[in-house]
Every structure is written in structure tokens, then in C-alpha cells.
Design a protein around this ligand. Sequence first.
Ligand SMILES: [Zn+2]
Length: 366
Amino acid sequence: MLSESDLRELLDFSAPDPVVSLYLSTDPTDGNTDVHRLRLRNMLKEVNLEQDQQAIERYFEHERDWYGRGVVIFSCAPQGFFRAFPLAVPVKDRVRIDIRPTVKPLVDLLDAYGGYGVALVDKQGARLFYIHMGELAEQEGVLGEVVKHTKRGGASAFPGRRGGIAGQTHYQDELVERNMRDVIEFATRFWEEKRVRRVLIGGTDDNVSLFRSLLPKAWQSLVVGVFPMSMTASTADVLEKATQVGLDAEQKREKRLIDALTTAAAKGNGGVMGLENTLKALHDGRIQTLLITEGFRASGYRCETCGYMVTEETEACPFCGGTFTKIVDAAEMAVREVLQEGGEVEIIHSTPGLEDSGKIGALLRY
Ligand SMILES: [Zn+2]
């Protein structure tokens, strides 16, 4: 399963030889295995690097079961570099040959489908999930031990409160709260370990809001959605619902970022739009979040010495006097540089606002 550290490796990969990046949809809705093979063959025709072509063909002949919904391959044969990632999420066909692995579509997938922690909660306990790249990676139930233990201790822990209905209700409330606190301790440890970046909570309204209110502040800020769901729901239902709620939240986030960027750029403070302005901000190390319309590519020129990128051919670098070389895709290069510097990248899908402004922009650190 594709992880953040795989992405890290791809970002760090550098070689004197070209790298082939191939994204192939194997989604049943895009046809059967024969159709996938045909599309693969057509894409490989664009790869005029024999060794890489063979390496990719070998992978599909010998190692690839045609399950899942897509596969991503990076090959740099002269360096013996070959990585393949079968995916349970949809990808669009594309093949790129560039001086580095093309990671932008992968970044987009990780952004949409990566690192979800899900809790299905009730008054007794919870079922916990980790959903990554469309797969239910792990699941731990906190029903049972924790709750039983709490219940056993309960009677003697509140000896004075056993009498009367009011006392009983109060006791029940405290028990529920205590159960939830135990669950939260367990859940946050589990999610921490999985490097969960966002949290979804399912259950009845009152259970969800109680759980949410008891979460530590840092975790509360990671809650991106809640949904009604029964504790006995199937894992398939949980996966489907959580994915849908997660994608909805992603879309809302896109809209918020576009709004923030539009406002900032209009004020001339905290945001820039258009490729040239964005590349300048990138060189100044000011980009907090890079926003790019899906599919946007732009050739450009990059300073061999300091990495400054421009859209028009330029004699000498205004920063260091270095010489520029042509690059296939300045947008892709911007993505990797922002990520390498610890910034964020958001690929914009359906939210309008960037199209007329050069299809790229950035929220700035200062
Ligand atoms: Zn330079």
C-alpha cells in the first residue's frame, strides 16, 4: 500500500537518467483486462526507452493480478529503480517521461484518500478503523475488555450514588463518559501510530457529539466529518460511507482554500495567483499551500544553479546569474519543491476560481 514514505522516496529520487511515470486505470468501469492491456500498450508506445518499456511489460506479465482499480509505476531502468503501487482507488491513465518521478497525481490521491481514522461509537465502546487509499488497513474494537473493566470498577467507585433514579442516571452518565474517555485514549494511540491526518466519527447524534467534545483539542481539529451509523454496520458499509464523507469534506476544504486565496490575492496580501507569481513565491520560500487545477501542466525554464523557475526563456538568472534549462512541467516541479520544503499541495477538482487566474496559485507563509 502506498504510504507517505513511498512518496518521500519518490520526491527524493534524483538521477541523471529520465524517469518513466505510468498511471494506469484498471477499474472495471474502464473495461476488462484486455481493454486495460490495450491501453497500457498504447501508453508504452510513447515510452521510447527500451529498458523501461521492458521492465514495465515484465511487471504486467508476471507480477500483476488485474485486481484493484489502478496501478502506478515509476521506472528508471539505468539506475535499477522500479516501483509499482497497485491501488484500490481510481486513477486516470497517463504516462510521463521527465527528469524526476511525476508525483502530482499521487499527491492528489493521497490527499483525497490518505490517512483517515474512523471511530464508530456508542455508549459502551467503539470500533476503530484506519482507512488509507481506499483500503481498510486495520481495525481494532474497543468493545469488551475496556468496557467490562470499567463496569466492574463502577459499582465500588461511586458507592454513595447508588440510591435513587437521579443518582442512577448520573452514574450512567459518568460511566458513559468514562467509557468514552477510555476509548479516546485507545483511539488516539492507535491513530497516532497510523499517522492519521483526519478523523471521521460515526454513531448516533448524541454519542458522536459527546465523543467529539471529549477528544483532546488537537484531535478535535482533525475531525472532518460525522455520520449516522449503527455499531453493527459491515466493514464494507463503513469503508463506503467514510470514503464518501471524506471526499465531501475534501471538496469543502478545496472551496475554503480557493476563497481564502481569492481574498488574499485581491488584497495583495498572503496569496498569489498565476504561474509566474507562484514560481517567484516558491523561489522566495514563501509558499504555505500550493493550489493547482487538476491536470494543469506548463513547460518552463529552471535555473541550473538556484532552481528558480520562469515561464519565458530568459538569458541569465536574476538571482544568481545561472543558466536556464527547459523543463517539461513547471507545475510538477513546483509540487515537489513545495512538499520538500514542508508546505502543502492541494489539487483543485471541481471548485471554480482558479481557471481564469492561471490555474495555479499559492497561500503564502508571510
Ligand atoms: Zn539562479
